[in-house]
Design a binder for this molecule. Structure first.
Ligand SMILES: [Zn+2]
Length: 496
């Protein structure tokens, strides 16, 4: 322990003692553009040291997200060292490389000591990481990455693999890690497989050859899989390893600290969600102080993760597809979450999902949507929810809207894309909703839609059990100017 502390103190860190477990944090490459945080949990019980890195490649965000969750895991023995976002400038730009570095120095995962070369790393960040990780004296080095395709479908990609340095320890652990993650994957071609050997200059290979660590790279696949699913696969593999090492305390579903004052926001990003919504919400959430945001999928929700959160957001896409992806168990979990005091924010599709008029909708908001199917002369049967491609409409806040969403007076523009036209449903035992904003113009594709949108509610608020429900028909998250409005809505739903 003493040795551990003297090593850590040389990096200038803060230390918190938590129920027999010591958690400390500090920064690597301090004062440079590469500065990045690290976190060390010391259980106080003898056991292995496991080092986990995420975000070495900035265009592989699931590893960084997963590591940011894993750092909050409690351990029963040994030490857990996490560097969640190794390459912060790359993550910010969404690029694989170290932005601004020359070609030979730009791939961080080629800057560690190569086989039969000098025992030194290259570049400010490479050196800082290598020095720190060497000082930890790791027994295990786990580096989280992503590939562009499933290795079993396209062997040119290392997506959905574990690439380990050979060794007896890995021979026992890797099959257990594969079994844990593959149990959640139904398509046999998308299951993870084992590969060897990490590429020359990679952190995993150097840690094995120079530090004697059992090392591996865990690769998920970003092709057509939501971020929540990829981060969950990383969590499952790391959790299986920690279980094998008898270090695990708690489940692989822990995404957040046990205690925090921060507003904890879940953004649903799985079945039925378009790709832009979660990305735009990331921008809104980054601008909100004291907020911890996580992507969650249907499987996470069915597994009960919402109990960790204050607010759940269901973005644009298709309400019926979101409902189908959640299935009855997931929908029940969302209803129970709001009933107990959780906040719900539905945007466009999420406001169809919250409604009370579909067999598949959640019924947590006392509204119905204009969605009749009508026979149109010379056109055929058409469903009235469809009003055409994305458009700009006018909207105005009500008095209560100005209190909750910000004091914006008069009419302003907002993006609209087939959001629900909301009216009272009149469910007994459920409070009526209150309009927070009103559409002041409309879009219509078919004659029966004309006049049905203008002057109807664009944003409504209601209560369900102890929780608050905000249903937003248009897309204010698409306009930077309206991010504050969305942020205020999220805070209101979270009862802050
Ligand atoms: Zn990578």
């Amino acid at each position: 322990m003493q040795q551990v502390f003297s090593i850590l103190i040389s990096f200038g860190l803060s230390i918190v003692v938590w129920a027999g477990e010591t958690i400390s944090e500090g920064r690597l490459a301090k004062g440079t553009k590469w500065e990045t945080p690290f976190y060390v949990s010391v259980s106080g019980q003898d056991g292995p040291t496991v080092v986990i890195t995420g975000g070495i490649h900035g265009n592989e965000p699931a590893g960084a997200r997963a590591a940011e969750q894993i750092r909050h895991w409690s351990i029963t023995r040994g030490r857990l060292v996490v560097i969640p976002q190794a390459n912060i400038p790359g993550l910010r730009d969404g690029t694989r490389f170290l932005p601004g570095e020359p070609p030979s120095r730009r791939d961080l995962n080629r800057q560690f000591p190569k086989t039969k070369m000098a025992a030194e790393a290259h570049g400010v960040l490479g050196k800082a990481l290598w020095k720190f990780i060497g000082d930890q004296n790791p027994d295990w080095m786990i580096d989280l990455h992503e590939g562009y395709d499933f290795h079993q479908i396209n062997s040119k990609s290392v997506g959905s693999t574990i690439i380990d340095a050979k060794g007896k320890a890995a021979d026992v652990a890797v099959p257990k890690m594969l079994a844990a993650v593959n149990a959640t994957i139904t398509d046999p071609k998308k299951k993870l497989v084992r590969l060897r050997y990490p590429v020359d200059g990679s952190l995993a290979r150097a840690a094995h050859e120079r530090l004697g660590a059992a090392s591996m790279i865990l690769e998920t696949t970003f092709k057509s899989q939501p971020l929540s699913k990829r981060a969950r696969q990383h969590r499952l593999m790391v959790h299986a390893l920690l279980t094998h090492l008898q270090m695990a305390d708690g489940t692989s579903q822990v995404m957040l600290p046990a205690k925090t004052e921060a507003l904890r926001v879940a953004v649903y990003d799985a079945g039925g969600v378009g790709s832009n919504g979660p990305r735009e919400l990331d921008r809104v959430l980054r601008g909100m102080p004291a907020t911890m945001a996580r992507r969650v999928g249907a499987e996470d929700i069915r597994n009960g993760v919402l109990t960790q959160f204050d607010v759940a957001i269901f973005p644009g896409g298709s309400g019926s597809k979101q409902a189908a992806a959640l299935d009855a168990r997931g929908r029940k979990a969302v209803q129970a979450f709001v009933q107990r005091g959780g906040g719900y924010v539905g945007i466009c599709a999420g406001s169809y999902l919250a409604a009370a008029n579909y067999s598949w909708s959640l019924g947590i908001s006392n509204h119905k949507t204009f969605c009749e199917t009508i026979d149109l002369p010379n056109i055929g049967r058409k469903s009235m929810w469809y009003r055409g491609p994305t458009a700009t409409v006018k909207m105005e806040l009500t008095a209560e809207g100005r209190e909750i969403l910000g004091d914006r007076k008069g009419v302003f523009e907002v993006r609209y894309h087939n959001g629900p036209i909301m009216s009272p449903m009149g469910v007994k035992g459920l409070e009526a909703f209150r309009p927070l904003a009103i559409f002041r113009s409309e879009v219509a594709r078919y004659d029966p839609q004309k006049g049905t949108m203008v002057n109807t509610p664009a944003i409504i608020a209601g209560e369900y059990g102890k929780g608050r429900v905000l249903s937003i028909s248009p897309h204010p998250e698409s306009s930077a100017k309206l991010h504050a409005l969305v942020a205020n809505g999220i805070r209101w739903a979270g009862q802050r």
